[in-house]
Write a protein that binds this ligand. Structure first.
Ligand code: ING
Length: 318
Protein backbone atom coordinates (compact mmCIF):
# COMPACT_ATOMS: atom_id res chain seq x y z
CA UNK A 1 0.00 0.00 0.00
CA UNK A 2 1.50 3.39 -0.88
CA UNK A 3 0.81 6.78 0.59
CA UNK A 4 2.07 9.22 -2.03
CA UNK A 5 2.40 12.98 -1.63
CA UNK A 6 3.37 14.84 -4.80
CA UNK A 7 5.82 17.43 -3.49
CA UNK A 8 7.27 20.39 -5.38
CA UNK A 9 10.47 22.16 -4.32
CA UNK A 10 10.13 25.77 -5.47
CA UNK A 11 13.67 27.10 -5.69
CA UNK A 12 14.09 30.86 -5.92
CA UNK A 13 16.77 32.82 -7.69
CA UNK A 14 18.03 36.12 -6.26
CA UNK A 15 15.63 38.60 -4.64
CA UNK A 16 16.83 42.19 -4.97
CA UNK A 17 16.99 44.47 -1.95
CA UNK A 18 14.36 46.77 -3.49
CA UNK A 19 12.14 44.03 -4.90
CA UNK A 20 8.66 44.58 -3.44
CA UNK A 21 6.70 41.88 -1.59
CA UNK A 22 4.16 42.13 -4.42
CA UNK A 23 6.79 41.33 -7.03
CA UNK A 24 8.15 38.42 -4.99
CA UNK A 25 4.69 37.02 -4.29
CA UNK A 26 4.01 37.05 -8.05
CA UNK A 27 7.11 34.84 -8.48
CA UNK A 28 5.89 32.50 -5.73
CA UNK A 29 2.42 32.29 -7.33
CA UNK A 30 4.00 31.48 -10.68
CA UNK A 31 5.87 28.55 -9.10
CA UNK A 32 2.66 27.48 -7.32
CA UNK A 33 0.81 27.45 -10.66
CA UNK A 34 3.60 25.40 -12.24
CA UNK A 35 3.12 22.98 -9.36
CA UNK A 36 -0.61 22.82 -10.05
CA UNK A 37 0.09 21.94 -13.68
CA UNK A 38 2.13 18.97 -12.40
CA UNK A 39 -0.59 18.06 -9.88
CA UNK A 40 1.64 18.84 -6.87
CA UNK A 41 -0.13 18.74 -3.50
CA UNK A 42 2.53 20.56 -1.46
CA UNK A 43 4.97 23.26 -2.56
CA UNK A 44 8.05 23.98 -0.43
CA UNK A 45 9.46 27.52 -0.63
CA UNK A 46 12.92 28.54 0.68
CA UNK A 47 13.96 30.20 3.94
CA UNK A 48 13.28 34.00 4.03
CA UNK A 49 11.44 33.58 0.72
CA UNK A 50 9.82 37.04 0.73
CA UNK A 51 12.90 39.24 0.78
CA UNK A 52 16.55 39.50 -0.04
CA UNK A 53 18.86 37.83 2.50
CA UNK A 54 19.21 41.00 4.56
CA UNK A 55 21.52 39.56 7.30
CA UNK A 56 24.34 40.20 4.81
CA UNK A 57 24.19 43.89 5.84
CA UNK A 58 25.06 45.49 9.18
CA UNK A 59 22.77 48.08 10.74
CA UNK A 60 23.56 49.76 14.05
CA UNK A 61 19.88 49.88 14.91
CA UNK A 62 18.43 46.46 14.16
CA UNK A 63 14.95 47.95 13.70
CA UNK A 64 16.31 49.56 10.51
CA UNK A 65 15.73 46.14 8.98
CA UNK A 66 12.17 45.78 10.28
CA UNK A 67 10.75 46.37 6.80
CA UNK A 68 12.14 42.95 5.90
CA UNK A 69 9.98 41.37 8.63
CA UNK A 70 6.32 40.27 8.54
CA UNK A 71 4.12 41.39 11.43
CA UNK A 72 1.17 39.35 10.20
CA UNK A 73 0.90 36.18 8.08
CA UNK A 74 -0.87 36.42 5.78
CA UNK A 75 -0.68 40.16 5.44
CA UNK A 76 -1.98 42.31 2.60
CA UNK A 77 1.03 41.50 0.39
CA UNK A 78 1.01 37.75 1.04
CA UNK A 79 -2.77 37.18 1.02
CA UNK A 80 -2.75 36.66 -2.79
CA UNK A 81 -0.41 33.68 -2.32
CA UNK A 82 -2.75 32.13 0.25
CA UNK A 83 -5.80 32.82 -1.94
CA UNK A 84 -4.25 31.28 -5.06
CA UNK A 85 -3.00 28.22 -3.15
CA UNK A 86 -6.47 27.62 -1.74
CA UNK A 87 -8.03 28.11 -5.17
CA UNK A 88 -5.62 25.56 -6.63
CA UNK A 89 -6.06 23.21 -3.67
CA UNK A 90 -2.29 23.16 -2.98
CA UNK A 91 -0.57 23.36 0.39
CA UNK A 92 2.76 25.10 0.91
CA UNK A 93 5.51 25.88 3.38
CA UNK A 94 6.93 29.41 3.43
CA UNK A 95 9.97 30.81 5.16
CA UNK A 96 9.93 34.44 6.31
CA UNK A 97 11.27 36.86 8.91
CA UNK A 98 8.73 37.10 11.76
CA UNK A 99 8.36 40.13 14.05
CA UNK A 100 5.94 39.21 16.82
CA UNK A 101 3.56 41.75 18.44
CA UNK A 102 5.74 41.69 21.59
CA UNK A 103 8.86 42.49 19.58
CA UNK A 104 10.56 39.12 19.13
CA UNK A 105 12.34 38.46 15.83
CA UNK A 106 12.46 34.92 14.45
CA UNK A 107 13.52 33.18 11.27
CA UNK A 108 10.24 31.35 10.75
CA UNK A 109 8.50 28.84 8.50
CA UNK A 110 4.81 27.96 8.31
CA UNK A 111 2.97 24.99 6.81
CA UNK A 112 -0.39 25.59 5.11
CA UNK A 113 -2.64 22.67 4.09
CA UNK A 114 -4.58 22.26 0.84
CA UNK A 115 -7.64 23.97 2.36
CA UNK A 116 -5.54 27.00 3.30
CA UNK A 117 -5.38 26.24 7.04
CA UNK A 118 -2.14 26.80 8.98
CA UNK A 119 -1.04 23.32 10.04
CA UNK A 120 2.18 24.30 11.76
CA UNK A 121 4.83 26.89 12.49
CA UNK A 122 8.55 26.44 13.12
CA UNK A 123 11.11 28.99 14.36
CA UNK A 124 14.79 28.46 13.59
CA UNK A 125 16.80 26.82 16.38
CA UNK A 126 20.38 26.96 15.06
CA UNK A 127 21.25 30.59 14.24
CA UNK A 128 24.62 30.78 12.45
CA UNK A 129 26.96 33.66 11.73
CA UNK A 130 27.83 36.48 14.10
CA UNK A 131 26.23 39.20 16.27
CA UNK A 132 28.50 42.17 15.58
CA UNK A 133 29.84 43.96 12.52
CA UNK A 134 32.93 42.26 11.13
CA UNK A 135 34.07 44.71 8.44
CA UNK A 136 36.97 42.49 7.36
CA UNK A 137 34.47 40.05 5.84
CA UNK A 138 33.54 40.42 2.14
CA UNK A 139 29.94 40.39 3.38
CA UNK A 140 28.25 39.93 6.74
CA UNK A 141 26.27 36.96 8.01
CA UNK A 142 24.43 38.67 10.89
CA UNK A 143 21.59 36.24 11.52
CA UNK A 144 22.62 36.19 15.22
CA UNK A 145 22.08 39.95 15.29
CA UNK A 146 18.64 39.99 13.73
CA UNK A 147 17.06 36.70 14.88
CA UNK A 148 16.74 35.11 18.27
CA UNK A 149 17.14 31.38 18.85
CA UNK A 150 13.85 29.54 19.18
CA UNK A 151 13.31 27.62 22.41
CA UNK A 152 10.47 25.59 20.87
CA UNK A 153 12.57 22.75 19.48
CA UNK A 154 11.47 20.76 16.45
CA UNK A 155 7.73 19.96 16.40
CA UNK A 156 6.04 17.66 13.91
CA UNK A 157 2.62 18.18 12.39
CA UNK A 158 0.06 15.83 10.85
CA UNK A 159 -0.90 16.78 7.34
CA UNK A 160 -0.85 15.60 3.73
CA UNK A 161 -1.63 12.10 5.00
CA UNK A 162 1.66 11.97 6.91
CA UNK A 163 3.87 13.36 9.68
CA UNK A 164 5.74 16.50 8.65
CA UNK A 165 8.59 18.46 10.20
CA UNK A 166 10.31 21.70 9.25
CA UNK A 167 13.81 23.07 9.67
CA UNK A 168 15.71 26.08 8.31
CA UNK A 169 19.09 26.26 6.65
CA UNK A 170 21.78 25.86 9.31
CA UNK A 171 19.50 23.45 11.19
CA UNK A 172 20.17 20.95 8.38
CA UNK A 173 23.86 20.70 9.39
CA UNK A 174 23.08 19.42 12.89
CA UNK A 175 22.14 15.73 13.32
CA UNK A 176 20.08 16.65 16.39
CA UNK A 177 17.57 18.36 14.10
CA UNK A 178 16.74 15.15 12.25
CA UNK A 179 16.88 12.91 15.31
CA UNK A 180 14.45 15.00 17.37
CA UNK A 181 12.06 14.92 14.41
CA UNK A 182 12.83 11.21 13.84
CA UNK A 183 11.90 10.45 17.45
CA UNK A 184 8.46 11.88 16.59
CA UNK A 185 8.13 9.49 13.61
CA UNK A 186 8.60 12.23 11.00
CA UNK A 187 8.12 11.12 7.38
CA UNK A 188 8.81 14.35 5.45
CA UNK A 189 11.11 17.21 6.50
CA UNK A 190 10.87 20.55 4.70
CA UNK A 191 14.06 22.67 4.76
CA UNK A 192 14.51 26.05 3.08
CA UNK A 193 18.01 27.55 2.91
CA UNK A 194 20.10 30.60 2.00
CA UNK A 195 23.70 29.42 1.88
CA UNK A 196 26.20 32.06 0.80
CA UNK A 197 29.26 30.68 -0.96
CA UNK A 198 31.68 32.27 1.45
CA UNK A 199 34.68 33.87 -0.25
CA UNK A 200 36.74 32.20 2.42
CA UNK A 201 40.56 32.04 2.20
CA UNK A 202 40.03 28.33 1.59
CA UNK A 203 38.61 28.08 -1.95
CA UNK A 204 37.98 24.37 -1.37
CA UNK A 205 35.44 25.34 1.29
CA UNK A 206 33.26 27.08 -1.28
CA UNK A 207 33.64 24.19 -3.70
CA UNK A 208 32.37 21.81 -1.01
CA UNK A 209 29.18 23.74 -0.15
CA UNK A 210 26.98 21.69 -2.48
CA UNK A 211 28.54 18.43 -1.31
CA UNK A 212 28.08 19.38 2.37
CA UNK A 213 24.51 20.53 1.84
CA UNK A 214 23.51 17.24 0.21
CA UNK A 215 25.65 15.15 2.60
CA UNK A 216 23.87 16.35 5.74
CA UNK A 217 20.37 16.11 4.29
CA UNK A 218 20.98 12.67 2.77
CA UNK A 219 22.40 11.41 6.07
CA UNK A 220 19.51 12.91 8.02
CA UNK A 221 17.01 11.28 5.69
CA UNK A 222 18.60 7.82 5.81
CA UNK A 223 19.37 7.76 9.55
CA UNK A 224 15.79 8.69 10.41
CA UNK A 225 13.92 6.97 7.59
CA UNK A 226 12.34 10.15 6.28
CA UNK A 227 11.96 12.16 3.10
CA UNK A 228 13.86 15.46 3.11
CA UNK A 229 13.19 18.40 0.77
CA UNK A 230 15.94 21.04 0.65
CA UNK A 231 14.99 24.24 -1.19
CA UNK A 232 17.42 27.05 -2.00
CA UNK A 233 17.29 30.71 -2.57
CA UNK A 234 20.35 30.73 -4.82
CA UNK A 235 22.26 32.60 -7.48
CA UNK A 236 24.05 35.92 -7.18
CA UNK A 237 21.90 38.10 -4.93
CA UNK A 238 23.11 41.68 -4.28
CA UNK A 239 26.62 40.66 -5.28
CA UNK A 240 26.79 37.55 -3.09
CA UNK A 241 26.59 34.10 -4.64
CA UNK A 242 24.45 31.58 -2.79
CA UNK A 243 24.17 27.83 -3.26
CA UNK A 244 21.31 26.50 -5.37
CA UNK A 245 21.14 22.70 -5.91
CA UNK A 246 17.72 22.16 -4.32
CA UNK A 247 16.92 18.49 -3.79
CA UNK A 248 14.25 15.98 -2.90
CA UNK A 249 15.73 13.04 -0.97
CA UNK A 250 14.12 9.69 -0.19
CA UNK A 251 14.34 7.75 3.12
CA UNK A 252 17.10 5.66 1.51
CA UNK A 253 19.20 8.83 1.38
CA UNK A 254 19.08 8.87 -2.42
CA UNK A 255 18.51 12.13 -4.27
CA UNK A 256 15.38 11.61 -6.40
CA UNK A 257 15.23 15.13 -7.88
CA UNK A 258 17.72 18.00 -8.07
CA UNK A 259 17.63 21.51 -9.50
CA UNK A 260 20.42 22.10 -12.03
CA UNK A 261 19.87 25.82 -12.50
CA UNK A 262 20.19 28.71 -10.07
CA UNK A 263 17.01 30.66 -10.76
CA UNK A 264 13.32 30.22 -10.02
CA UNK A 265 12.63 26.58 -10.82
CA UNK A 266 10.27 23.87 -9.66
CA UNK A 267 11.43 20.30 -9.19
CA UNK A 268 9.01 17.66 -7.95
CA UNK A 269 8.72 14.03 -6.90
CA UNK A 270 6.06 11.55 -5.88
CA UNK A 271 7.07 10.91 -2.27
CA UNK A 272 5.71 7.57 -1.04
CA UNK A 273 5.63 8.05 2.74
CA UNK A 274 5.14 4.30 3.18
CA UNK A 275 8.77 3.86 2.02
CA UNK A 276 9.86 5.33 5.37
CA UNK A 277 8.83 2.10 7.07
CA UNK A 278 11.53 0.28 5.06
CA UNK A 279 14.05 2.00 7.36
CA UNK A 280 12.06 2.89 10.47
CA UNK A 281 10.98 -0.75 11.00
CA UNK A 282 14.35 -2.38 10.28
CA UNK A 283 17.82 -0.82 10.51
CA UNK A 284 16.56 2.26 12.36
CA UNK A 285 13.98 0.70 14.64
CA UNK A 286 14.76 3.28 17.36
CA UNK A 287 12.69 1.53 20.02
CA UNK A 288 14.72 -1.63 19.60
CA UNK A 289 18.27 -0.40 18.90
CA UNK A 290 18.84 3.08 20.34
CA UNK A 291 20.65 3.43 23.70
CA UNK A 292 19.63 6.81 25.21
CA UNK A 293 20.91 5.59 28.58
CA UNK A 294 24.49 6.02 27.29
CA UNK A 295 23.91 9.14 25.14
CA UNK A 296 23.83 11.56 28.10
CA UNK A 297 26.56 13.85 26.80
CA UNK A 298 24.43 14.80 23.80
CA UNK A 299 22.06 16.86 25.94
CA UNK A 300 24.27 17.52 28.97
CA UNK A 301 27.27 19.05 27.16
CA UNK A 302 27.23 22.08 24.78
CA UNK A 303 30.82 22.30 23.57
CA UNK A 304 33.39 19.55 23.09
CA UNK A 305 35.79 18.85 25.99
CA UNK A 306 39.02 16.96 25.23
CA UNK A 307 40.40 14.33 27.67
CA UNK A 308 43.29 15.35 30.02
CA UNK A 309 46.79 15.45 28.46
CA UNK A 310 48.16 13.20 31.22
CA UNK A 311 45.45 10.61 31.35
CA UNK A 312 45.25 8.13 34.15
CA UNK A 313 45.74 4.51 32.98
CA UNK A 314 43.08 4.05 30.33
CA UNK A 315 40.42 1.45 29.71
CA UNK A 316 37.27 0.55 31.56
CA UNK A 317 38.85 -2.17 33.67
CA UNK A 318 41.65 -0.06 35.26
N1 ING B 1 23.06 29.84 6.17
C1 ING B 1 24.20 29.06 6.11
C2 ING B 1 23.97 27.56 6.23
O1 ING B 1 24.06 26.97 7.29
C3 ING B 1 26.52 28.87 6.59
C4 ING B 1 25.26 29.54 7.06
C5 ING B 1 26.99 29.11 5.31
C6 ING B 1 27.15 28.00 7.41
C7 ING B 1 28.15 28.47 4.86
C8 ING B 1 28.31 27.34 6.98
C9 ING B 1 28.81 27.59 5.71
O2 ING B 1 23.76 27.00 5.18
C10 ING B 1 21.98 29.89 6.98
N2 ING B 1 21.06 30.81 6.65
O3 ING B 1 21.86 29.18 7.98
Amino acid sequence: MSRIVHVGAAQLGPIGRDETRKEVVERLIDLLQQGAEEACELIVFPELALTTFFPRWFTEDISAHDHFFETEMPGPDTQPLFDEARRLGIGFSLGYAELTPDGHRYNTCILIDRAGRQVGKYRKVHIPGHEHHEPSRPFQHLERRYFQESMDGFPVFRGFDGIIGMALCNDRRWPETYRVLGLQAVELILIGYNTPLWYAPDPDHNALQGFHSHLVMQAGAYQNGTWVVGVAKGGIEEGVEALSQSVIIGPSGQIVAQAITSGDVLISAHCDLELCKRYKDTLFDFGRYRRPEVYGLITERKGAIAPPLDPAPGGLDQ
